[in-house]
Design a protein around this ligand. Structure first.
Ligand SMILES: Cc1ncc(C[n+]2csc(CCOP(=O)(O)OP(=O)(O)O)c2C)c(N)n1
Ligand SMILES: [Mg+2]
Length: 612
């Protein structure tokens, strides 16, 4: 049986309820609006601040549309919603308990915000009317301006002060989450209002979401697209830097068409999602690594919602390789076309705007909209320019040659480390691919660990890689993978996440959620028994200071006692395989895990890997 035929499991009510003709309590209005918005799921960790809403979702909506996805930590609840949005391109909801739950959720909200992922987060607060409060607990769980806790990293937060005002608040939140640049929003619901009885004689007229379509982002300015096309066609060496691009076949095909028309190098980067086939001859970098020598030749660079394009160019082109002390090194910038809506979401709090890009041509539009008009314009100019066509030809051949050399290098590396012990991440990824068989073509990689091998696993269609976690908050991998698997339901696409041991230990209970709801996520733990990323930092600092770098592991390594991840998985109801310590044993563990996933069950494989 394949995943397609399985459905994820929602809790079934013990006693059937009959839906009343209309909302009877304040929180029924919220449940009704969530239903009208077509929200499939609401991830939660429960709490009395929204017990009214909880009852309405269960006993008024019958736990359907949205269905409750139970999580054991608010960071997991929001992370699951984030993973869902990454694959589905649309929000689900998360319900978060007053102040304490929200405090737990903050890390995941920040990750989602930095990843521009839409999530409708609803929370509870109060009762704001102090006369309704239970002694002690309701007082410590009441906060004034609760949304301030997350205001700096949500697109909008609001606490409506009447039931009548609540539908509009939810509609505005929903719109705001989905207006590009998309992002999480927080609506805080007064417990007193949730639990207020609605007057029987006054029928509340609720709005229809269809009357409030989501505003579309601005179209790219025509003159700028024409200018961009001219720059690209006239260039000697154009380079494309894709970043976060809509995961549609249309955008995918347009980017391939543009790169091929121009004979342009495309440099993938792991924080962005898959948007161009990594096995294509024009894909000139390994996964997760930029190619400085390619950028060094660039005279025109097209950045498509790329993270930190200026920093990327600086790291490749500045003599010091980027980070310096004091003044920045100057160097010759290529012409930069920066397609990004990020200026619309500038923050005064987090410096996520990165270095101000000296973009001679900034285009305030989405990459996909820009590509739609850019491709025919480039095509038109090339038809009239035979010397440009000749340059395209020469570049394409040069890229093919460089690509062949790259592939040989990747193959050599693969051969070198194939049998090495501890097991290489290369072997892990290759065996995972082999175990998936034909289904590898459809696989969704929801998360990759700090180190990822080149040339072993390709991204060949929209959704094949979902990009980074946004905020680099460790622990995102497990919930993102489970959320993506939730969104993949019915598509037949297997969802895998490869996570570090440090990441897995922060949010292991995402496994229980997967088990409880039969969400068939495959989690692979690349266990190097360390927060190794930070061992590298300690080594660097010690070397700079002339101190013993051999001590880099102190306060970093997690080998004593060793963590048994397969046992951890089993304790949470997930099939666990490993720890795999022999290279030749990786295959059978992967095959067994894929078998479980094929049958609709989540699985975890722990492999003890070499640090890098
Ligand atoms: C919430 C949070 N805490 C701490 C860090 C700092 N940090 C960055 S990478 C890392 C190590 C992660 O360990 P693991 O997931 O095992 O990956 P590895 O580096 O070993 O491959 C840490 C602690 C962070 N980015 N986020
Ligand atoms: Mg580790």
């Amino acid at each position: 049986m394949t995943v397609d035929q399985r459905r994820i499991q929602l809790d079934r009510l013990s006693v059937e309820t009959t839906r009343p003709p209309g909302p009877e309590w304040g929180s029924d209005v919220v449940a009704e609006m969530l239903r009208r918005l077509g929200i499939e799921y609401i991830a939660l960790n429960p709490g009395a601040s929204y017990r009214g809403l909880h009852d309405s979702i269960v006993n008024y909506n019958a736990n359907q549309a949205p269905g409750l996805i139970l999580c054991n930590h608010e960071e997991v609840a929001v992370g699951v919603a984030h993973g869902y949005a990454k694959l589905r391109g649309r929000a689900m909801a998360a319900a978060i308990h007053s102040n304490v739950g929200l405090m737990h959720a903050t890390m995941a909200i920040f990750n989602a915000f930095e990843d521009r992922a839409p999530i409708l987060i609803v929370g509870g607060n109060g009762p704001m009317d102090a006369t309704l409060r239970r002694p002690w607990i309701d007082w410590v769980h009441t906060t004034h301006n609760q949304g301030e806790l997350v205001r700096e990293f949500v697109k909008w937060e609001h606490q409506p002060t009447s039931i009548g005002a609540t539908p509009e608040a939810l509609l505005r939140a929903w719109q705001t989450a989905h207006i590009e640049p998309t992002g999480p929003v927080y609506v805080d619901l007064d417990a007193g209002l949730q639990e207020q009885r609605l007057p029987v004689d006054e029928a509340l007229v609720l709005p229809r979401p269809a009357d409030f379509p989501i505003p579309r982002p601005p179209a790219p300015a025509d003159d700028l697209v024409k200018q961009a096309a001219r720059w690209l066609v006239e260039a000697d060496f154009p380079v494309i830097l894709p970043g976060r691009i809509a995961q549609t076949q249309h955008a995918w095909d347009d980017l391939v068409a543009l790169a091929e028309l121009l004979g342009a190098a495309v440099l993938f980067e792991r924080r962005g999602n898959a948007s161009f086939p990594t096995q294509h001859a024009l894909s000139q970098s390994g996964v997760g690594r930029e190619s400085n020598d390619v950028l060094a030749q660039a005279d025109v660079v097209l950045a498509l919602e790329r993270n930190d394009p200026a920093g990327t160019l600086r790291a490749a082109l500045a003599p010091s390789g980027g980070a310096g002390r004091g003044g920045r090194a100057s160097f010759a910038w290529p012409k930069l076309i920066n397609v990004s809506l990020e200026p619309l979401l500038i923050s005064s709090w987090v410096a996520d705007y990165q270095e101000l890009a000296p973009a001679g041509l900034p285009i305030l539009a989405t990459p996909q909209d820009t590509l739609t008009t850019l491709v025919p314009e480039v095509e038109r100019l090339l038809r009239e320019d035979s010397s440009a066509r000749q340059r395209v030809q020469q570049r394409t051949e040069a890229h093919q040659r460089r690509r062949a050399t790259l592939e040989q290098g990747w193959q050599r590396r693969r051969d070198e480390v194939w049998n090495s012990e501890p097991i290489s991440i290369t072997r892990v990824v290759a065996e995972m691919r082999a175990a998936l068989g034909e289904r590898y073509e459809d696989a969704v990689l929801a998360y990759m660990p700090t180190s990822w091998p080149n040339g072993v696993w390709d991204f060949s269609k929209p959704g094949s890689y979902l990009g980074g976690d946004g905020g680099a908050g460790v622990g995102a991998g497990p919930p993102l993978t489970v959320g993506a698997a939730l969104a993949a339901q019915g598509s037949g696409r297997p969802v895998v996440g490869v996570v570090g041991d440090g990441g897995m230990l922060m949010t292991p209970t995402a496994l229980w959620t997967a088990a409880h709801h039969s969400i068939p996520a495959l989690l692979v733990v690349a266990n190097n028994q360390s927060y190794f990323n930070d061992e590298e930092h300690q080594e660097r600092v010690a070397r700079t200071r002339g101190r013993p770098h051999e001590n880099r592991w102190v306060g970093q390594r997690m080998a004593e006692p060793p963590v048994d991840f397969a046992a951890l998985a089993r304790s949470l109801g997930v099939e666990g395989f490993g720890p795999v310590v022999e290279p030749d044993a990786v295959s059978s563990a992967m095959v067994a895990a894929v078998h479980a996933v094929d049958e609709g069950r989540p699985a975890l494989v722990e492999v003890r890997v070499a640090p890098r």
